[in-house]
Design a protein around this ligand. Structure first.
Ligand SMILES: Cc1cc2nc3c(=O)[nH]c(=O)nc-3n(C[C@H](O)[C@H](O)[C@H](O)COP(=O)(O)OP(=O)(O)OC[C@H]3O[C@@H](n4cnc5c(N)ncnc54)[C@H](O)[C@@H]3O)c2cc1C
Length: 250
């Protein structure tokens, strides 16, 4: 499969990328391409312009700030997985990123891309939500901080405006005990359902249009997962119940 035609742009700086996003009609950012390229090839996305941020230097840092870890837009998921500061400050994130796809995909895929893509079955949005982290969005209008609780708006929908680049995500240090557990058909597949525990807090993924915070004593409250070819709604509810028990027994 080949993507539909688009105009390709390769800015060298964040300011250039923001200027392009501000001036172009119907543009999409390309980071690791592990979600966007399949969408293009299946013709599920048909942007007129692609703004490839891979040539922007100095946007791949992982560093400690404000008692947590900051991960910039071009830090690959594999770099997060291997990062010493992440393992020390936020070991929950190290555990979660290992559940994302396979290593070859994590070699290209970015953590910020996962948050911007906002797949409901994705692990990392649930992690930033349960920890109360945030992202920094930059545009030619300036910079703003978006709390994780405000970021995820719907299935693959975020609070990012079309002209905004997600430049950095911040994860607070993870409390003990923590657990991230999911059920998928095969290792590396997207989860049918998953849970993330951070001390007494619980987030669910794969069971609603966005990751959701849930009451650990009653995790099914208000949940209305949809059924599909992979799992019925009832099975997803069953998984949430069992995975929550496991997470709190862990
Ligand atoms: C076989 C396979 C299995 C997978 N399994 C999983 C899984 O189990 N769990 C999981 O979470 N993911 C999974 N993924 C997706 C993978 O983690 C992607 O890497 C990730 O979702 C997107 O990151 P990316 O850098 O590749 O983004 P891209 O594909 O480049 O972009 C994805 C979307 O995010 C936008 N975007 C990316 N970066 C930015 C930015 N900095 N600012 C604004 N917008 C941005 C793009 O415009 C696009 O809309 C899988 C992918 C494959 C191919």
């Amino acid at each position: 499969m080949k993507p539909p035609p688009f105009e390709y742009h390769a800015p060298a700086t964040v300011d250039e990328a923001c200027a392009l996003l501000a001036s172009l009609e119907d543009a999409k950012v390309l980071a690791g391409g592990q979600s966007l390229v399949p969408l293009l090839n299946f013709r599920l996305a048909r942007p007129a312009h692609i703004v490839d941020i891979n040539r922007i230097t100095a946007l791949d840092r992982i560093y400690e700030r404000d008692g947590g870890v900051a991960i910039q837009a071009l830090a690959r998921q594999a770099a997060v997985e291997d990062s010493e500061p992440v393992a020390r400050v936020c070991p929950l994130l190290t555990a979660a990123v290992r559940l994302v796809a396979h290593r070859v995909i994590r070699n290209r895929g970015t953590l910020c891309g996962s948050l911007a893509h906002a797949d409901p079955a994705s692990e990392l949005p649930a992690v930033v939500l349960v920890l109360g982290g945030h992202v920094i969005a930059r545009s030619s209008r300036g910079e703003r901080l978006i709390e994780a609780g405000q970021l995820f708006q719907g299935v693959m929908e975020t609070a990012l405006a079309p002209d905004e680049l997600l430049v950095e995500a911040w994860f607070p240090s993870s409390p003990q005990p923590f657990a991230v557990i999911e059920e998928s058909r095969r290792h590396g597949d997207f989860a049918l359902a998953g849970v993330v525990r951070a001390a007494g807090r619980l987030a669910l993924f794969g069971v609603a249009p966005t990751p959701v915070l849930a009451d650990p004593r009653d995790p099914l409250q208000g949940l209305q997962p949809s059924g599909d070819l992979e799992a019925t709604a009832e099975f997803r509810l069953h998984l949430v119940r069992v995975l929550t028990e496991k997470a709190f027994a862990a």
